[in-house]
Design a protein around this ligand. Structure first.
Ligand code: HEC
Length: 296
């Protein structure tokens, strides 16, 4: 038989251990899920932002094409071409350059394999996106996370195709291109595109590092609040267990053991709990009285 002290400590230690393990499991679960959820949230937000930026940039391009260019054409000689007044690509790029001054973290690019304007030159990764669009003509957009200049960014991209013969007036044979355009951009690149080719992609980049850091902070906060709450619940639970179960059982075990050794037989057991422990206490008390009578 194990020593009395060991066994009684056993109930306490065991319940503390179980509650401790449950507490740690619950806190870990809260931390893990809240981190996963906030990272997902951060990426969803990056996705929404990238679509807003792209849609807005494309709207400025379309406004130029459908509203301003027809009016400008009425005002100028038919063989003149002023990119700033007539090209949607110039408007989208120029508007974004101004937008970027107030929101430098965002990038919008009309990344092109062989552009008129060198600032639209696609880098190696962007060329891979464009090739991917060229090989998958049904794909309307692509998105994901890549590393740019050492930090993670979310990207959202849409293909640009030479979808009308009109494009080739300026991007076909340089000899057919508007003289104004040739004067500004030269004849080196941005020409000899073919109808149907996927030549470029609209791409928006949104940094994710800050959002992920914020997600981490949020999960730490939730974890601390959760840990506090769980600690409080366990404390209340422990208080209840200790008062109404552990402590009375410890006492009854001690007294019964004493009785069996003939000790302390004159002190009655006073536990009046209205539960199984009360019944047990009452039964032991009757045993004590019988024992006292028997001994007399
Ligand atoms: C009237 C001439 C003209 C026409 C027509 C035209 N473009 Fe352009 N395009 C330009 C000029 C000029 C630029 C340079 C923009 C800049 O400075 O950012 C440009 C830029 C672009 C760019 C960005 C890469 C670069 O070359 O700098 C793409 C992509 C593009 N055009 C695609 C098209 C497509 C597709 C069409 C047909 C739907 C089209 N363009 C029709 C003149 C034209």
């Amino acid at each position: 038989m194990p020593k009395q002290g060991e066994k009684l400590m056993g109930i306490r230690t065991r319940s503390i251990l179980i509650m401790g393990i449950l507490g740690i499991l619950a806190i870990t679960a809260i931390g893990f899920t809240s981190y996963q959820l906030s990272v997902k949230n951060a990426l969803d937000e990056a996705k929404v932002k990238s679509k807003i930026i792209l849609n807005y940039a494309m709207a400025t391009k379309k406004y130029m094409k459908t509203v301003q260019r027809p009016l400008v054409k009425e005002l100028i000689e038919s063989d003149r071409f002023y990119p700033e007044l007539m090209s949607g690509f110039v408007t989208a790029r120029g508007t974004f350059e101004i937008f970027k001054k107030s929101s430098p973290q965002y990038t919008f690019k009309q990344a092109t394999i062989d552009p008129l304007n060198p600032s639209n030159q696609a880098d190696a990764e962007e060329i891979a996106f464009i090739d991917h669009f060229a090989k998958n003509p049904d794909k309307k957009s692509s998105e994901g996370i890549i590393t740019k200049n050492g930090s993670d960014v979310f990207y959202f991209a849409k293909p640009i195709k030479v979808n009308s013969a009109g494009c080739l007036n300026c991007h076909g044979d340089p000899y057919d291109a508007p003289k104004d355009q040739v004067e500004i951009y030269g004849t080196e690149s941005g020409y000899n595109w073919k109808l149907g080719d996927t030549v470029a992609a609209f791409i928006v980049y949104i940094p994710t590092a800050d959002a992920i850091a914020a997600a981490k902070n949020l999960s730490y906060t939730l974890m601390s609040i959760g840990a506090g709450g769980i600690f409080l619940v366990l404390l209340i639970l422990w208080f209840f267990l200790e008062r109404s179960i552990v402590s009375p059982i410890v006492e009854l075990a001690q007294r019964t053991n004493d009785f069996s050794l003939g000790e302390d037989l004159d002190t009655p057991i006073t536990n009046k709990s209205k539960n199984e422990i009360g019944i047990l206490a009452h039964a032991i008390e009757r045993l004590r009285i019988s024992l006292v009578k028997l001994l007399k």
